[in-house]
Design a protein around this ligand. Sequence first.
Ligand SMILES: *Cc1c(COP(=O)(O)O)cnc(C)c1O
Length: 413
Amino acid sequence: MSETVTRNLGDDRFAERAARADAEDPLRGWLERFEPLPPDVSAYLDGNSLGRVAKGVSEAMANFVGEQWGGRLIRGWDESWMSIPETLGDRIGAAALGAGAGQVIVGESTSVLLYKLARAALDARPGRTHIVVDTDNFPTDRYLLEGIAAERGCTLRWVETDPGEGLTPDQVAGAVDGDVALVVASHVSYRSAWIADAAAITAIAHRAGALVLWDVSHSVGSVPIRLDDWDVDLAAGCTYKYLNGGPGSPAFAYVRRADQGSFRQPIWGWLGSVEPFAMGAGYEPTAGMRSLLSGTPHVLSMVALGVALRHLEEAGIEAVRRKSVALTSFALELADEWLVPEGVAIASPRDSERRGGHVTLRRHDFRAVNERLWKRGVIPDFRSPDGIRVGLAPLSTSFADVYRGLAALRAEL
Ligand SMILES: *Cc1c(COP(=O)(O)O)cnc(C)c1O
């Protein structure tokens, strides 16, 4: 048998596998709950950077503009808009964070919320002068902490992590002591998709008297999170990735209920104060999660997020995770068969227990290869220096998408 024939047989086998997996997928109905891809895109593999548009979002946005903004005008704030940050926060908490009501609020960007929480944590541990963070944490986390260290005269204690994996409990155990106020870490690594053992790391930090701030941007809506059960102090995360909130949709923050009275965030705006419309002298924070707010809530963006979130609420995070593992496992199988022989390295955990919702593949020429893929309508993303991330948002990605995307990648090699 010639080499071409063998290859085609192999392709057929995988194409059939993809078709069968799609037919048996309990979440296949959710694929129809998103607006169709534009005609120039054949496989969207970047739902971990910007989630697709859920059906119903356009209508909800248009209705909101017409009936709420246009119809209610300033009256809308008192009637309903003012409470959206909390009601939406509670919904995210219940659907994706394992957080009981009253501990999550939607605020500004992830960056700003991480800053507020990290500053509050540092101030809650007076006398402790160090923050533990790993070298491969997301850039904004590292930069914010550098800024806080400069501002507050404290020191960052860097844990060197393997970019193909991520932070381990042993590394944290070796880094915390009585000088450490705070450990900041990503639950799922944006680069490798490594799932950190959040429960173990949180317990280790607590034993040393430190607080923990989890960035859950890359896990929320894809990997189950149990903030209450893990005894997490603080967390923040993104809503435009697996939560499909749309470009620049606002982030959320979690503060464990028991600590809410003792944390004070540093941006003292009127909407976090006890009585904003008293316009009084002197800032006094209000009780509970609203004290995390600073200025006027991002209402328009929250409308889209509120609609998209229903799809996750109905699917359930456990079913989403099961499909996610099946999608990334299939991607790895195709990569082993088609790409590894071409010199591609797998830079994500092979153990599905430790692997989040994407798979990172590396080769020296992947920057150029990614550009060519985009030109042919296959859209993963590129992460410096040489990684292509194949992001598989479970609700909006089919096994056939994985097949088509990786077949195109193989063709480009
Ligand atoms: C996407 C992402 C962010 C984004 O922060 P923004 O303030 O929304 O730009 C932060 N942290 C992690 C881990 C992310 O994946």
